[in-house]
Design a protein around this ligand. Structure first.
Ligand code: FES
Length: 571
């Protein structure tokens, strides 16, 4: 066995090496410290992150693989974020989870890491951490749930919550039936089974090269996930020996490949902020416009909710990401490598589509052009994004009267007011939901439609927000408006009654108010007061240092890599 990073703690005969070894012995033999790789298993298992609650079992398979390859596996519980539970929004804590994981990996005697994530923010946070500490790292996604059914129909986690709850508000589904569907939705262990953010980030992580090829999308209840976890443990040991680090894998080429994958599967808009943040940790040049430029020519090939019909179990059965990307292999950069050290495109040769209803061929795509459109205009000088695949075709070019809400509380208080002056052509504007304003940039951009319009049969309207949208949601929603209202963006100046002009084809988002008049307006003082920074704790640090959505909403002092070196000893 050679010299490892962990040897800085364990090698030698002095008092400090004695202390480091002695406290770690607890059954470990002396040869555990002879220079063999010590592999951390950064584990986001938590009962309060139900989508990741099974990861302790996955970790055991990783341990077996690490042992088999001659390494020492070390369980490292890290900050976990349950998307549905954590208040005020899990996104407020993504950067904290990333920072804590990065620091704990750096501070401890580990040579490589296997990253276990699943629920929305967990894989992005783990990747941000791994990118910054730049130790050999491999991701094992926890996998999606199996398909649940209700009244003979498949239920998509998240997507069908929005659909069914709108049906209740529209009076077409009873409250009893709605409640009855609850236990049908979560059929097994795993994360949401739609092409929401968790599924998207697992797929994107594989397209980046950070997941062993073919593993992302394996259902959490499928025994092949444990086999893949075992192999990932072996791989982590090999990566240490090869000195293969995230900075070798996460190049601009791999990010552009991830954008192709994101478009081809119709993935979540949340991948934009997460990929920008991960790239920022490595100094890889990547902008919001890369998503539009690279994704615009990619066909939508996967018929999954929320844009389509099927669920993640179907995608896996149909051939998975490899089968999808084989169809668009010519759009991928062949120079990008994976954690195996081999080119990403190499393993695509063996891929096949086993169900052409779920994964379409290049010749018969669901849509010719998928991807995410980036809009600019006097309402979004630094950009805003929209997912045309999840929008209504007839609203992609629209002019309508703004109905403005200053916060989600304001929206909840008035959206169903029968006296609200709104019609189907109105544009619902929700502000105060950006990284600083909320704080944390919650998934509220797909605000509910007014009940009186739902009852009239309206099922989509143009909505504009400086927050994010759940990857499981759908609709003509313009999100990530930058700068956000709380950072002085013009969104703060829009008034109810202004005309909003959306033209996705032209990539424009404007408010039809003369520039001089807009410049002369000042935000409502009560609105500005609501954006005041919290007085203490993480929220204060976050609000003071968080960047805008167009750069990944990372903290300014976390951008960039610090490597794995620690110069000082604790004793
Ligand atoms: Fe965890 Fe959807 S709530 S992945």
């Amino acid at each position: 066995m050679g010299e490892q990073r962990s040897s800085q703690w364990y090698a030698g005969t002095d008092r400090n090496a004695y202390i480091h070894r002695a406290w770690m012995r607890r059954g470990l033999p002396a040869h555990a410290f002879d220079g063999r790789p010590h592999i951390a298993i950064a584990n986001t298992a938590s009962d309060l992150t139900p989508c990741n609650a099974h990861l302790n079992e996955v970790a055991r398979s990783v341990e077996h693989g690490v042992h088999e390859a001659g390494g020492i596996p070390l369980n490292l519980p890290v900050v976990s974020l349950g998307e549905t539970l954590v208040r005020p929004t899990a996104m407020l804590w993504r950067n904290m989870a990333a920072m804590a994981t990065e620091e704990m990996l750096r501070a401890n005697p580990v040579d490589g890491v296997v990253l276990l994530g699943g629920c929305d923010k967990t894989i992005p946070a783990l990747l941000m951490a791994a990118a910054s500490v730049d130790l050999p790292a491999v991701v094992v996604p926890g996998g999606p749930m199996l398909t649940g059914t209700f009244r003979g129909q498949p239920l998509g986690c998240g997507t069908d919550v929005w659909r069914l709850s709108e049906e209740v508000r529209a009076g077409t589904l009873s409250q009893e039936e709605f409640t009855r569907s609850e236990s049908s939705m979560i059929r097994s262990r795993g994360h949401c089974n739609t092409m929401g953010t968790a599924s998207t980030m697992a797929i994107v992580a594989e397209a980046l090269g950070m997941v062993p090829p073919g593993l992302a999308g394996t259902p959490a209840a499928d025994s092949r996930l444990l086999e893949g976890a075992h192999d990932a443990g072996r791989l982590a040991v090999e990566m240490v020996a090869a000195g293969r680090r995230p900075s070798d894998v996460l190049t601009r080429a791999s990010f552009l490949n991830a954008i192709v994958a994101l478009a081809a599967v119709g993935g979540s808009t949340n991948a934009v902020v997460h990929l920008l943040a991960i790239a920022g940790r490595l100094g890889v040049e990547l902008t919001q416009d890369d998503f539009d430029r690279t994704g615009a020519g990619v066909p939508l090939l996967v018929d999954l909710q929320p844009a389509g019909r099927f669920l993640m179990e179907d995608l896996h059965r149909a051939g998975g990401l490899s089968a999808v990307l084989r169809e668009v292999q010519d759009l991928l950069d062949p120079d990008a490598i994976t954690v195996t050290g081999r080119p990403f495109v190499e393993h695509l040769d063996e891929a096949r589509i086993w169900d052409a209803e779920v994964i379409r061929t290049r010749e018969k795509p669901l849509q010719d052009h998928a991807g995410i459109a980036v809009l600019y205009g006097n309402l979004a000088p630094s950009g805003a994004v929209i997912k045309p695949a999840a929008a209504s075709e007839h609203l992609l070019r629209h002019r309508g009267r703004a109905v403005v809400f200053d916060s989600i509380e304001d929206m909840h208080a008035r959206i169903d007011d029968p006296g609200l002056d709104v019609d189907a052509d109105s544009v619902l504007v929700l502000r105060g939901c950006g990284p600083k304003g909320y704080p944390g940039m919650p998934e509220v951009a797909n605000l509910p439609l007014p009940a009186k319009l739902l009852r009239e049969g309206v099922r989509d309207m143009v909505r504009i927000c400086d927050g994010r949208m759940s990857g499981t949601a759908y609709g003509t929603v313009v999100l990530h408006v930058t700068p956000e209202a709380a950072a002085g963006g013009p969104l703060a100046l829009v008034r109810t009654g202004d005309m909003i002009v959306l033209d996705v084809g032209e990539r424009r988002l404007d408010v039809d108010v003369p520039a001089e008049e807009l410049a002369a307006r000042a935000p409502d003082p009560a609105t500005v007061a609501a954006y005041a920074a919290p007085s203490r704790g993480w929220e204060r640090l976050y609000v003071q240092t968080v960047g805008q959505a167009n750069t990944g909403a990372d903290l300014d002092f976390l951008v960039g890599s610090s490597g794995d070196a620690v110069s000082r000893e604790s004793h």
